[in-house]
Design a protein around this ligand. Sequence first.
Ligand code: CO8
Length: 185
Amino acid sequence: MSSTWTLPDDLDLPTRPDFFPAPGEALPQHWSKCFGCGDDQPSGMAMTFIAEEGIEVSGRLTVANRYQGGPGVIHGGILSVAFDETQGMACMLLGVPVVTGHLEIDFAKPIPLGSVLEFRARMDGMTGRKLYTSAEARIVEGPTAGDDVVATSRGLFLTIKPEHFTPMKDFVDGEATSPFGSSTL
Ligand SMILES: CCCCCCCC(=O)SCCNC(=O)CCNC(=O)[C@H](O)C(C)(C)COP(=O)(O)OP(=O)(O)OC[C@H]1O[C@@H](n2cnc3c(N)ncnc32)[C@H](O)[C@@H]1OP(=O)(O)O
């Protein structure tokens, strides 16, 4: 795998805050209509996430037939959504909303339809509003399951004020059951 991603030297590493769920506990969805994790988004991926040790989080995705890109394998865009979600969830330990500014993926191995993927992500450091994250995916169930990393991702997230989304509120498709910013975290 290769990447042009380089971390700045002057990053602070966040520590796990008291309000963050204990290792093994579920993380709340950040927005019920989110394509990646929302339970009020019938066409979405309905990913679920749990807190891991330290500042790591993990998420799972079953590769449904509708996520097909090349013959029999996951679409790269779907894989990117899953990384985006998982790395965004890793930023939740700051307790403030974030958006993705930059995301880059290395696709290392084909991922067959029907696989169950596990994603693990963490913040590698932060400076000001900029949060540097990384993640990797493994196939944990399916014919090619194993310890091999099948894809990796690096992403820059930026903290935002809740009013960032105010100009968009008229475009929301109906009433959300967990409005943005109402996360229990
Ligand atoms: C729990 C959450 C889970 C979330 C999962 C899903 C996440 C998503 O998909 S979010 C949706 C996709 N993303 C978006 O819609 C974001 C759209 N972009 C924006 O709104 C803006 O560009 C935004 C907010 C990222 C940055 O704008 P703004 O707040 O004005 O910051 P700006 O002053 O331009 O940049 C701040 C710093 O970040 C840097 N920066 C901003 N964008 C980038 C980028 N793409 N690459 C590198 N650096 C960047 C700037 O260089 C600047 O650095 P420095 O402080 O050192 O000068």
